[in-house]
Design a protein around this ligand. Structure first.
Ligand SMILES: Cc1ncc(COP(=O)(O)O)c(C=O)c1O
Length: 362
C-alpha cells in the first residue's frame, strides 16, 4: 500500500532484534517461568532503595518531572566522579545515542562502528542518513589501529563500547589514549561504558577521566545493567561543555519520568546493592567458565555480565532446545556471528539450570 514517503535512507535501517521474551517462550512451549539470560539484565531485580523511591514518587505522577533532572544528575556526578554540569540524563542510554547522532550527523557524514558490537549504534546513525564504515575486529577485541586507519575528515562519530557487547572484551587505558590522541577534535569519540562496573581487568580506565581535556570525548552510562533498572530507562552522557550544551538543546524537555528520576538517584546511592550485583556476576562468570570448559566448549573471557560461548554449527538447534527447556539465551546470528550463544549471568540456580540444560542438548 502507498503511504507517506519517509526520508530515503530510512529503508536501509535494519530492525533491532531484541532477546526472545519470557512471554514468547511461555506461549510457544507452555513453560510458566522461563529463565531469561538473553538481555544482560540484573538477576537480583531492582535495588530495594530504588523500589522504595519509585513507590514514593508515584503520588506525583500528575505533575511534569524536573526537566533538568537535578537530583538524579547530582547522584550521577557523585557516582561517576564528575560535575553535574558534565551530565545529561536520558531515557535509557539508547536515547543518549539518538541525541548524539541527531546533533552530530548529517546525511553523508561517516560513522565508524566496530564489526561486532551493539547494534543500536548502526540504527541511530542510519536514521540520520549517515554512512556506516565498519571497522574490522582484532579477534574478539575492538581494533583501535583499524579505527584510526579508517578515520578521515568525513568521520563524524566513532563508537566504541568499552567493555564491548557482545564479545565482553575491554580496551586498556593505552588503547583509549591512543585513539583519543590520533583523532582530530572535530570527530566525536563515543565511549560507551554500559558494562564498566563489571570490569575486573586491571588495565581498564573509564574515559570520564578524559572529558576535561578532550572536548570530543563523550562517555555513555546506563543503570540498566549494574543497577537493575532496565525497565525504568535511565542512561547518561558524561562529557565536556561543548557536547553537553549541544545535546541539551535538542533533548525533549521532560524525557525522564518521575519514577526514573527518583529511583535512579536512589539506585546510584545503594552501594550495598552494587556490591551484591558484582559478587553474583563474578561468581557466576567463574562458575560458567569452569562448567563450559568442562563441556569442551570455548568461550571469550568477559569483563561484563555475560559471556560468549562457542557452540559451533549446531548453535541454532542448541538455542531452540534450550528454549524448549525454558532457558532463553541469545543466538548471535543478528550480530553477524554464527556459531555462538551469548549468555547473561543469572542467579546461581539459574546458571546451574543453564548448564544442566546445555549438557542435555549438546
Ligand atoms: C553496549 C550497550 N550500550 C547501550 C545499551 C543500551 O542500554 P539502555 O538500556 O540504557 O538503553 C546496551 C544494552 O544492551 C548495551 O549493551
Amino acid at each position: 500500500m502507498k503511504g507517506p514517503k519517509p526520508a530515503p535512507w530510512i529503508g536501509k535501517i535494519p530492525a533491532y532484534v531484541p532477546g526472545t521474551s519470557k512471554d514468547t517462550v511461555t506461549e510457544r512451549y507452555g513453560i510458566k517461568n522461563p529463565i531469561k539470560l538473553a538481555s544482560n539484565e540484573n538477576p537480583l531485580g531492582p535495588s530495594p532503595a530504588a523500589l522504595e523511591a519509585a513507590d514514593a514518587a508515584r503520588a506525583g505522577m500528575h505533575l511534569y518531572p524536573d526537566p533538568d533532572a537535578l537530583e538524579l544528575r547530582a547522584a550521577a556526578a557523585a557516582f561517576f566522579r564528575c560535575r553535574s554540569d558534565q551530565i545529561v540524563a536520558g531515557n535509557g542510554s539508547d536515547e543518549i545515542l539518538d541525541l548524539l547522532c541527531r546533533a552530530y550527523l548529517v546525511p553523508g557524514r561517516e560513522v565508524i562502528i566496530p564489526a561486532l558490537t551493539f547494534s543500536y549504534y548502526r540504527i541511530a546513525s542510519l536514521v540520520c542518513g549517515a554512512e556506516v564504515v565498519v571497522s574490522a575486529m582484532d579477534g574478539f577485541a575492538v581494533d583501535v589501529d583499524d579505527i584510526i586507519e579508517r578515520a578521515s575528515e568525513k568521520t563524524g562519530i566513532v563508537f566504541v563500547a568499552n567493555p564491548n557487547n557482545p564479545t565482553g572484551t575491554c580496551l586498556k587505558q593505552a588503547d583509549i589514549l591512543k585513539l583519543v590522541s590520533a583523532l582530530p577534535p572535530e570527530t566525536l569519540i563515543v565511549l560507551d561504558e554500559a558494562y564498566a562496573a563489571f570490569v575486573r581487568e586491571k588495565g581498564f580506565m573509564s574515559a570520564v577521566k578524559l572529558i576535561d581535556e578532550h572536548s570530543n570525548v563523550a562517555t555513555i552510562h546506563t543503570l540498566s545493567k549494574s543497577h537493575g533498572l532496565a525497565g525504568l530507562r535511565v542512561g547518561f552522557c558524561v562529557a565536556g561543555e561543548p557536547v553537553i550544551s549541544t545535546i541539551s538543546r535538542i533533548k525533549p524537555p521532560f524525557n525522564m519520568n518521575i519514577m526514573a528520576l527518583k529511583a535512579g538517584a536512589a539506585a546510584l546511592g545503594d552501594k550495598e546493592f552494587l556490591k551484591q550485583t558484582l559478587e553474583v556476576t563474578w561468581q557466576g562468570l567463574d562458575y560458567l567458565y569452569e562448567e563450559v570448559g568442562r563441556l569442551g566448549l570455548a568461550y571469550v573471557p568477559s569483563q561484563t555480565n555475560f559471556v560468549l560461548i562457542h557452540i559451533g554449527e549446531r548453535y541454532l538447534r542448541v538455542y531452540e532446545e534450550l528454549l524448549k527447556r525454558g532457558i532463553i539465551t541469545r543466538a548471535m546470528t543478528s550480530f553477524g556471528l554464527d556459531g555462538y550463544l551469548r549468555v547473561s549471568i543469572g542467579l546461581p540456580g539459574e546458571n546451574e539450570a543453564f548448564v544442566r540444560a546445555l549438557r542435555e542438548v549438546l
